[in-house]
Design a protein around this ligand. Structure first.
Ligand SMILES: [Zn+2]
Length: 453
């Protein structure tokens, strides 16, 4: 708690405290146990593994609906025998890879875990983050740290943030390979499967596997291109390799597989663009104020030391920009709305961090923002937009002893997943933005899959 305190508002801090208290109370009330470590000692109803194991697989940019593009027999198998988010998994805002993978891992919104975009400049210190591993950026407690802190064995295979040392987690070489996109997907799968050949007492409790597909094809060609369909097929084949490998080891029904993605994908090929220079009659925004254009517009006005109230000046910038955008005289102006970050809709949870620029523009779906009309305008796929857009959703499927077969649950935000994994593994969760009650919606009570109590 102390480690993340400095980025928490008093309100969130209280919420987190209450969440932790409620989690502890719920755990005590439902099973009469007062320590999570005692959960693991309950009888485990399977033969090969003597404990719950979770294998989480992320497919970068797997937009909800891709599973209908082509035959995906292996994903379909997990869905039919498992529990699926009916209309997809809702990413956090901004719907980018690093913020979302780290929200899945920590149960925190980006404002609280610190990775507020894939790359950004801290408006206060001027320090730049670009997917680096300096621990100062990575706040909160990801699952591999929670596991390691509580004496469990975790494996991470290219999961964003997992190479950052934290508490008991040192990213040991044999359990935390260094990020290298040239490692083919099948090799990643085979390495993960090989951990199940260890003596049973050494098998990891928790494994996280990352596939960088089909994101790349989605970016290069847009989500509707046949080459994306081929990438989806390839990912399904890899899931098949996982299933086969576990079946061969006779543990397919014992391992909890969680298959998910970080965000969706949308095309910008109708080339709708807003040019900042078009706002000049109302307000001139210099390029060096703009940290990011789209899909999230981030502006940090550089006022001189003689400006007494920069907050007021920022509010004036927002008012002028919105006046221009709603005037009907700026091309596509109606597709961009600008906010002081503290005035952003609460559902985005994107205010409570000094790393977020003071002014944020919510860019319409598939829209591009540019400074001016120079340069070539290319057509491609992108993500990062408001998480209310259906195109930004990804998938969630849970398969294994604690997931009911053939069950559909309503869509939920990915910050809920941290508690789900903690519950399956019997880990004491760190404070997070998920609800401790959510696990009851998605998991069957421990032990119901076998008459062992
Ligand atoms: Zn991407």
């Amino acid at each position: 708690m102390a480690k993340i305190k400095h980025v928490l508002s008093p309100k969130l801090f209280l919420t987190l405290l209450l969440t932790v208290a409620a989690t502890a109370a719920a755990a005590a009330a439902t099973n009469g146990l007062d320590s999570p470590s005692s959960k693991i000692r309950r009888p485990w109803p399977f033969k090969k593994l003597n404990k719950p194991v979770v294998l989480m697989i992320s497919c970068d940019g797997f937009r909800f609906g891709y599973q209908f593009k082509t035959d995906t027999p292996n994903i379909d198998l997990l869905i039919s025998e498992g529990t699926e988010a009916k209309s997809g998994l809702i990413p956090v805002f901004p719907t980018m890879t690093f913020p979302n993978h780290y929200s899945i891992a920590t149960g925190l919104y980006p404002a609280y875990h610190g990775i507020i975009m894939n790359s950004f400049t801290d408006p206060v210190t001027g320090d730049k983050f670009n997917k680096g591993l300096d621990p100062k950026w990575w706040l909160g407690e990801p699952l591999w740290v929670t596991a390691a802190n509580q004496g469990r064995k975790a494996v991470t295979y290219f999961w964003p943030g997992s190479e950052v040392p934290k508490d008991s987690w040192t990213c040991p070489k044999e359990y935390c390979p260094h990020f290298n996109l040239s490692v083919p997907l099948h090799e990643r799968v085979d390495t993960v499967l090989s951990y199940f050949d260890l003596p049973v007492s050494e098998i990891p409790d928790f494994l996280m596997l990352y596939f960088d597909e089909p994101d790349k094809e989605g970016h290069d060609y847009g989500p509707d291109d046949p080459r994306v369909t081929a990438a989806v097929s390839k990912v399904d084949t890899m899931i098949g390799r996982v299933i086969e490998g576990l079946k061969k080891r006779e543990i397919f029904d014992e391992v909890h597989i969680i298959l998910l993605g970080d965000h969706g994908m949308v095309t910008n090929c109708d080339l709708k663009t807003i040019y900042i220079e078009d706002l000049a009659d109302w307000i001139k925004i210099p390029a060096d104020w703009i940290y990011a254009y789209s899909p999230v517009l981030a502006i940090n006005p550089k006022w001189g030391d003689d400006v007494e109230n920069p907050g007021e000046k920022n509010a004036e910038v927002v008012a002028k920009m919105n006046e221009a955008l709603s005037s009907g005289k700026v091309e596509n102006g109606e597709l961009l709305q600008v906010y002081l970050k503290e005035k952003l809709p609460e559902r985005l949870h994107y205010s409570e961090s000094s790393r977020i620029a003071p002014i944020i523009g919510m860019v319409g779906e598939g829209l591009v923002v540019r400074q001016n009309r120079t340069g070539v305008h290319e057509c491609y796929g992108d993500h990062g937009y408001d998480n209310k857009y259906f195109s930004m959703r990804s998938i969630f499927v849970g398969h294994g002893p604690r997931f009911r077969s053939g069950k559909k649950v309503p869509s939920f935000e990915n910050v809920q997943i941290y508690n789900v994994v903690a519950e399956i593994l019997g880990l004491r969760p760190a404070s997070n933005n998920g609800s401790s009650l959510f696990t009851r919606n998605i998991l069957s009570p421990f032990g119901t899959t076998g008459e062992v109590e």
